[in-house]
Design a protein around this ligand. Sequence first.
Ligand SMILES: [Zn+2]
Length: 98
Amino acid sequence: MPECAHCGSVWEYLEAVKHSFRTKMVCPSCGADNYHTISGCKKAAIFPVFMIPFSYFIYMNIDVSLPKVMVSTAGIGAACLFLLPFTVELSKEKSHLW
Ligand SMILES: [Zn+2]
């Protein structure tokens, strides 16, 4: 779980989910602004990159019906969203990817 860069409090899962898609995240304990780190963004980017070849592998199997493909793809997407808060790392300053 993410840990506040200012006060060190560990955020709860739902709090991390709520803030995962924002660039500026306000700590619920101290109210300070936190930002994503580059390494945390890279970890979060692994999930969609992993999802594409796995979905392609499922599509290539001829015996699989379309509803099964849709359900498995949705399951992978849900798993990615479930795991996303575990990749959030916080810093005091906003960092740029480029
Ligand atoms: Zn804090």
